[in-house]
Design a protein around this ligand. Structure first.
Ligand code: HEM
Ligand SMILES: *[C@@H]1O[C@H](CO)[C@@H](O)[C@H](O)[C@H]1NC(C)=O
Ligand SMILES: *[C@@H]1O[C@H](CO)[C@@H](O)[C@H](O)[C@H]1NC(C)=O
Ligand SMILES: *[C@@H]1O[C@H](CO)[C@@H](O)[C@H](O)[C@H]1NC(C)=O
Ligand SMILES: *[C@@H]1O[C@H](CO)[C@@H](O)[C@H](O)[C@H]1NC(C)=O
Length: 226
């Protein structure tokens, strides 16, 4: 695996992230959402909120990414292939939506992961960018349960699971499109994510009270009160 010299130079961001990095409970004041959150050594935060019980594979996913990265993805099954990939990037648009998520699944290592229709995402408040970071907050149906040639996976009742991430400093070729192509990652790694602290009886209200409006005003208001 090749790594970017710049990104590798600053710190130990090149080594595989191991289970020593533990997720902790994170309360986001602006949204009222409680997440199980981890910030990796590369500065990227992955946050998951789950219902206390549900049969429809729901999750809230928030990713907060330093601007040096062109894209960053989460692999819900802890490796690249045969599991839902939530791939995120900044749109670089002057107005409107500042960052997006793309639903993908990889069936090999030699191609851009395919669009994956088994997971659908609805943007929530907290999908924005500023001078230092971009971030996406989304409600996913289909990220916690899937079936592939590797078998059936269901995270619904698991207390922890292995996640994997991948990031690149190179932005996708058409950043406003969720079907854009993009280059291979310069970094990837795994960690064990605590799912028990992600579960909350107020999950449904986290979703309903944080609609993404995407208007300029909505984004500015959020940044003002952040
Ligand atoms: C153009 C897109 C991509 C290409 C060409 C690509 C290619 C590769 C290659 C060649 C490897 C090394 C396999 C090996 O060690 O033998 C790898 C590993 C890996 N990739 Fe990707 N990748 C892409 C996108 C992604 C995305 C979007 C994610 C996650 C969101 C991801 C996650 C990983 C992970 C976690 C590994 C470590 C090995 C594993 O867990 O399977 N990759 N990738
Ligand atoms: C559930 O979420 C609420 C609001 O974010 C928070 O105050 C509470 O501590 C959370 N409960 C658990 C068990 O994390
Ligand atoms: C799914 O759960 C809801 C309540 O959360 C329930 O009303 C519904 O019957 C369940 N559906 C199935 C197929 O189990
Ligand atoms: C792109 O967004 C559209 C509209 O929300 C959605 O229907 C489609 O599944 C998304 N595609 C990917 C690859 O995320
Ligand atoms: C920029 O966004 C990041 C991520 O949400 C946040 O931590 C940071 O405080 C923001 N910076 C400013 C100046 O608002």
């Amino acid at each position: 695996m090749k790594f970017s010299g710049i990104l590798c130079g600053v710190a130990a961001v090149c080594s595989t992230v191991s289970a020593q990095y533990t997720a902790s409970r994170y309360y986001e004041k602006t949204s009222g959402i409680t997440y199980s959150s981890i910030t990796l050594p590369n500065g990227v935060s992955y946050r998951i909120s789950l219902p206390a019980a549900s049969n429809i594979s729901e999750a809230i996913l928030q990713i907060v990414v330093p601007k040096a990265f062109g894209w960053c993805g989460l692999a819900w099954g802890g490796h690249m292939t045969n599991n839902p990939l939530s791939v995120h990037w900044a749109t670089k648009a002057k107005s409107g939506q500042k960052a997006i998520v793309s639903s993908r699944m990889a069936f090999g290592y030699n191609a851009v992961p395919n669009p994956y229709i088994g997971a659908t995402y609805t943007y929530l408040k907290g999908t924005t960018s500023n001078n230092t970071h971009w971030q996406v907050t989304s409600y996913c149906v289909g990220c916690t349960r899937w079936s592939t040639s590797d078998g059936d996976v269901d995270l619904t009742t698991q207390s922890e699971t292995q996640f994997a991430y991948a990031c690149s400093s190179v932005a996708p070729s058409t950043p406003t499109s969720n079907t854009s192509t993009f280059n291979v990652h310069e970094q990837n790694g795994i960690w064990t994510h605590d799912l028990s602290i992600a579960r909350n009886v107020s999950f449904a209200s986290f979703v309903s009270t944080n609609p993404y409006k995407g208007s300029k005003r909505d984004v500015e208001e959020r940044e003002w009160f952040a």
